[in-house]
Design a protein around this ligand. Structure first.
Ligand code: GLU
Ligand code: MG
Length: 436
């Protein structure tokens, strides 16, 4: 059959979906200037394909402009169509960034970090996912046998990552039924979120080529394990590592300590963006190694932010290895929006000159509410509705985003919630499993 290769210009949206339009690949250069047409109300399409209340109605026109630095072309093999897409920015037709473009929002946050503190962000997302319809084999957690079962897919994925300019790191059989985890090397600035988007697409695409289906849903059933999207972060100042200070509290540099303090101070409002689905809140509960409080952890995987270990044996310097990990996020969020919110919260902490937080090593769920308050901890929202209310109520947080953004975001999420009204928890879980 005859065929002409196409490339998809796409972006992550408020639903955490990657949406776009394809055009002949031969037109790529032209399209990096003129873009492709895009519709404002698309931003209110929920993950369930219902359109939430939209301030735009049927009106308006935008352009989605593919970015050649975020272009991916991978030939997976014979008889498998090529994977070819490019992430981009949504702009008004006069070229101004659109207020609801998640990538432009992240760029704004990264600019603020640079302006306020002279820092450049370095980081990588680490993704957990599960094979759907996998017959759960008992006793597989972290095993060689568990890896062996998916060696073919893992090796194709590593080659695809390499071809897409991502740095392969590890692939492992995680704890849960059919659950695996992929990590990759760090990148800088906007590429941190771009690469998270790219790896999710590559995992889906490679799984598909192996006749398998994966889900990144935060949790498939309330008694099972969660799938987190953990975000590792550190800083460069004038191209030199700027996160580690051997004399600082927990060996964090002053700016890194303030940044973490900002994340934790605003987390109960920001979590509506970093963990934005109804089922996200089944995962953000104590004793499942996710995050339930706004705490910093040292060697503690039940913390919203964890200072990660460094290896004395590594060939990489301690200063360059030193990083912290944000754990209160999942893959139902747009990586761009998620990271944008985290960066704004962190920069807010730098501006407010907050003190580096104490680190917890104990089980916070055992503390009484008054003991928690005394120590400055809050239980994160227990439902998406509660998270959205806290987001709307926090003027500092809403002020980080373009005018009208948070209000529209809340309407989007309300549309998502009303689609689920009257459904049982298991039905809700299974719907999210299908769409993420
Ligand atoms: N699956 C856990 C989560 O939902 C994380 C486990 C781990 O520390 O790797 O975040
Ligand atoms: Mg893990």
């Amino acid at each position: 059959m005859i065929a002409e290769e196409m490339v998809i210009a796409c972006c992550t949206d408020l639903a955490g979906k990657v949406r776009g339009k394809a055009f002949p690949a031969s037109q790529f250069e032209k399209r990096t200037k003129r873009g492709i047409g895009w519709t404002p109300t698309n931003v209110q399409i929920t993950c369930f394909d219902a359109i939430a209340e939209s301030p735009f109605g049927s009106l308006g026109d935008l352009v989605l402009i593919p970015d050649r630095t975020a272009r991916v072309r991978v030939e997976l093999g014979e008889n498998v169509p090529v994977e070819h897409f490019a992430l981009g920015d949504i702009r008004h037709t006069d070229g101004r960034p659109w207020e609801f473009c998640t990538r432009s929002i992240l760029k704004g946050a990264l600019d603020r970090l640079n302006r306020v503190a002279g820092l450049q962000l370095v980081g990588a997302f680490e993704h957990e996912f599960q094979f759907r319809n996998a017959t759960a084999t008992l006793g597989g957690a972290y095993t060689v046998d568990g890896f062996r079962a998916e060696r073919g897919m893992a090796e194709t994925l590593v080659a695809a990552m390499r071809a897409a300019g991502l740095e392969p790191d590890t692939f492992m059989k995680e704890f849960g039924a059919g659950q695996y985890e992929v990590t990759m090397g760090p990148s800088r600035g906007i590429a941190i979120a771009d690469q998270s988007t790219i790896i999710r697409e590559l995992i889906r695409s490679v799984a598909h080529a192996f006749d398998k289906e994966v889900t990144f849903t935060p949790i498939r059933n309330p008694s099972g394990v969660g799938n987190g999207a953990h975000i590792h972060l550190s800083f460069l100042k004038d191209d030199k590592p700027a996160t580690w200070d051997p004399t600082g509290k927990h060996e964090l540099s002053r700016a890194a300590g303030q940044f973490i303090a900002g994340i934790l101070k605003y987390l109960d409002a920001v979590v509506a963006i970093t963990a934005p689905s109804v089922v996200s809140y089944l995962r953000l509960t104590p004793h499942r190694w996710s995050a339930a409080f706004n705490n910093l952890g040292f060697r503690d995987r039940e913390a919203s932010v964890r200072i990660c270990p460094v290896s004395e044996l590594s060939d990489v310097s301690k200063a360059a290895q030193f990083n912290f990990e944000f754990r209160a996020g999942d893959a139902t969020a747009s990586p761009h929006l998620q990271l944008g919110a985290i960066v704004h919260a962190g920069v807010q902490g730098i501006e407010e000159e907050l003190a580096t937080p104490e680190a917890t090593t104990e089980d916070l769920s055992l503390l009484s509410p008054s003991a928690l308050t005394e120590r400055g901890y809050v239980r994160l929202p227990k439902t998406l509705a509660e998270a959205i209310d806290r987001l709307l109520a926090n003027q500092t947080v809403t002020g980080w985003f373009p005018g009208g953004f948070v209000d529209t975001y809340a309407k989007h999420k309300k549309g998502e919630m009303s689609f689920l009204e009257g459904k049982s928890q298991q039905e809700v879980c299974s719907l999210y499993e299908q769409v993420y």
